[in-house]
Design a protein around this ligand. Sequence first.
Ligand code: AMP
Ligand code: GLY
Length: 423
Amino acid sequence: MKLLVIGSGGREHAIAKKFTESSLVETVYCAKGNIGMEKDGIQLVNIAENDHQALIHFAKSEEITWTFIGPEIALFEGLADAFEQAGLKVFGPSKKAADLECSKQFSKDLMKKYAIPTAAYEIFEDHDAALAYVEEQGVPIVIKADGLAAGKGVVVAMTLTEATNALSEMLVDGKYAAGKPKVVIEEYLEGEEFSLFALVNGSKYYYTGVAQDHKRAYDGDKGPNTGGMGAYSPVPQVSESLIQEVLETVIKPTVNAMVAEGRPFKGVIYAGLIMTKKGLRVIEFNARFGDPETQVILNQLDSDLAQIIDDILNEKDPDIKLHTDRYTLGVVVAAEGYPGKMVTDIPLPQLNVEGSGCTIYNAGMKKKKGSFVSDGGRILFVAAQGSTLQEAQDKAYLYLTDNPIAQTFYRFDIGEKAIQFTK
Ligand code: AMP
Ligand code: GLY
């Protein structure tokens, strides 16, 4: 098989690398990918994610067996629809199905209609009505801009001032809005957060693991929200029975609801969940794999990912085995200043992982005047596996200590809460 992966981050590096490990696969292309992928035998294709016609032309001329779409923006822009209309096989939801992630209103209304457990909410376009509702409900309260905001359009307001500021930013200034601004105002939930991943085709769904991300920039969950600073899998706080509960009460009714709504889902469903004192709740759905969760989830997969996707695309039940005797934990190395104004073009050393038990997934990296330099906020991800989370964490941090990179930073406490939990 010849496969094409769309995207350019650490997530796509992990997906494409896993495909290269399959005996069924001859060549793995990635558009656009990043220069760090080349060391793993992934072929870079210099076509932008939003150039649908050029991607279709490439897939046809190279006789690509099927294409895997990584990032939500490509789904939102209808890349999966364009491929299908061109008669090409693709793993990734249609634009209408991707609304599960891309429209907070659609996903909240779907959960309400089909009794899928989520935070109580109201939707507002009118600023004064929204403000009156917030004043009546009180704080803490959560305000989310409708639409794709790359994880940044969510304000967990602990004070009325924070809530008021968020409402004027989102509804008056139209921050994050493509069209008419709209917000979802939600009940504040407290508890253990985790993410569960399932591969889906219509009403069929296949569990692929749980992970926990660390969204804040600094240790102790302090600082601004980021795309994710580190992750581990599996999550010891999440029991086997809780996983079964998520599959039965969240994933199953959701995939069936999408079919019933005429928006059958094909691709990855990533459920952001929280276990509260009142029970399990969905925080959000994403219509793709997470970054950096994928880099740990796929390391825990003890089956051939190319075979799995090929089976699903051919309506066969795949054989998905997860390692049960090990953990994977990984740490994001980011440019100083991320997620705000950050240092650019940081010189990057050639990293050697031999003998360290670590794997590196590259994200923001490019070649400039013959040398490797940073290209964006999240630069690379160091993943390590161990028979315990502690062992995995030790290996990742030993590697990072031995291989410092100037002008970058990382969190020192990835997985720490889970390790304390297991003690
Ligand atoms: P989202 O983009 O919807 O995943 O939200 C980003 C982050 O905001 C989540 O990972 C949570 O930590 C937090 N969050 C979102 N919704 C709620 C909620 N209803 N209650 C408490 N925290 C929330
Ligand atoms: N790590 C969070 C995300 O991929 O949305």
